[in-house]
Design a protein around this ligand. Structure first.
Ligand SMILES: [Zn+2]
Length: 423
């Protein structure tokens, strides 16, 4: 199917028509007409941090339902985290995830490989075999767990240099967060819940930045959540360390005051922090200290979320609300323009994940037609039952958000049209 997209507003503000032909962006005037007047066109979004839960927890999400949620959120590629059951620590498992993603065909599912066997933090996983597999893994992460042993982290950083891989660290010193339930601070003291101190994140980022500099390798920091982490990143980048970082939509909007509700939907790791942290994260995303927005989409089955706070699993849904939250916190506040949105949600994450030959490309003729159309003026209210995920753990139920995804195209095929998934 060929399309003629009429009157779309590009990230630089120009209004143009363009065609989609044979999977590519093209010049021309033929094809099925899509009226894009008033709509923003963005390069297809790229999520470098998604939990798809398959294999192992298909009651919470599958590659199919997660792919659909991603397409509806404007994504054309997602990196599927390795903390599945079994763990994605060998070539066979990453190939299985990659193949299932291709069969569904709604987004490119790029598997992330585990850094250590079984996420145990001890022995390196089969990094080379995963890199050479059909899935061509380039991002490795024990996400959910921190690679805490400095010698293991050093070896992993050294190993991935050979194929320009990157270690994506979940920065949390586990010795400082034993039993932690929420951010350590005034709120945790008031509520009597064990705290997760900012220093547990900041100390690991500082150590890893030094290690990355020492071995000349590439480090990516997952879900940065504190003002102090921003300062450490600024320092590392000023010294030329090859470090990139991501922030989640929820850390750009929500604060630890929500823990007072004792509603486990607000339990997440790293935890929601303070208003001062939120302000620092927004500024860091605006000035590029934080390179990318990543959802940390973490679906959980009802029994893992609809229980006592202490027993609940940490994590929130994110794929279908990420861009609207960024519009609300960054665009409507004047911190980021639409070119900045394209950079932080598409170009930068594609570069970090080594997907830049296919995703996060400029919107010019001859490039693969991976793109999304957004209505920035449409406001909609989040209803958990209206989401494509199997799980319902969105912290935004009842919240009105700006910016609706109208259409998404993956290599020229419409995965979403008129706001509805096409498969
Ligand atoms: Zn994590």
């Amino acid at each position: 199917m060929n399309y003629l997209i009429r009157g779309a507003t590009f990230p630089d503000g120009t209004v143009r028509d363009f065609a989609i032909r044979d999977g590519l962006i093209a010049e021309g005037t033929d094809g099925e007409v899509v009226d894009a007047s008033g709509l923003r066109v963005l390069p297809g979004l790229v999520d470098i941090h998604t939990h798809l839960r398959q294999p192992g927890r298909e009651d919470a999400e599958t590659i199919e339902t997660g792919s659909r949620a991603a397409a509806l959120g404007g994504y054309t590629a997602v990196c599927a985290m390795a903390n599945t059951d079994p763990v994605a620590d060998a070539a066979g498992i990453v190939e299985q995830v990659w193949r299932l993603g291709r069969e569904v065909g709604l987004v490119d599912v790029q598997p992330v490989g585990a850094v250590t066997l079984g996420l145990k933090g001890e022995r390196l996983a089969e990094l080379g075999a995963m890199a050479e597999s059909a899935a061509q893994v380039r991002v490795f992460s024990d996400d959910g767990h921190c690679v805490h042993d400095a010698a293991v982290m050093r070896r992993a950083l050294e190993y991935v240099k050979a194929f320009d891989g990157v270690i994506a660290q979940h920065a949390e010193d586990p010795k400082l967060t034993v039993g932690a339930q929420m951010n350590e601070g005034e709120q945790s003291a008031r509520l009597g819940l064990a705290g997760w101190p900012a220093v547990a994140e900041e100390a690991i980022i500082a150590r890893d930045a030094l290690l990355a500099a020492h071995v000349g390798s590439r480090l990516h920091v997952c879900h940065v959540s504190t003002a102090g982490s921003v300062e450490v990143l600024r320092w590392a980048k000023s010294r030329g360390v090859r470090v990139t970082a991501e922030v989640t939509p929820h850390h750009l909007l929500l604060t630890d005051e929500l823990a007072a509700t004792y509603d486990p939907v607000y339990k997440v790791n790293p935890p929601l922090r303070t208003t001062e942290d939120v302000t620092a994260l927004r500024e860091a995303l605006a000035d590029g200290t934080i390179d990318a927005v990543a959802t940390d989409h973490a679906p959980h089955a009802r029994e893992d979320k609809e229980c006592e706070w202490a027993a609940a699993r940490p994590g929130m849904l994110g794929l279908e609300t990420a861009l609207p939250i960024v519009v609300k916190t960054m665009v409507e506040t004047g911190l980021l323009d639409w070119a900045g949105v394209a950079e932080r949600l598409s170009h930068a994450p594609a570069r970090i994940a080594n997907l830049e030959s296919r995703h996060g490309r400029p919107l010019t003729p001859g490039e693969p037609a991976n793109l999304t159309l957004v209505d920035p003026s449409q406001r909609w209210t989040v209803t958990p039952d209206g989401l494509a995920s199997i799980s319902r753990n969105t912290p935004y139920a009842g919240l009105e958000l700006p910016g609706a995804i109208v259409a998404t195209f993956l290599r020229g095929r419409a995965t979403v049209l008129d706001g509805k998934a096409q498969a």
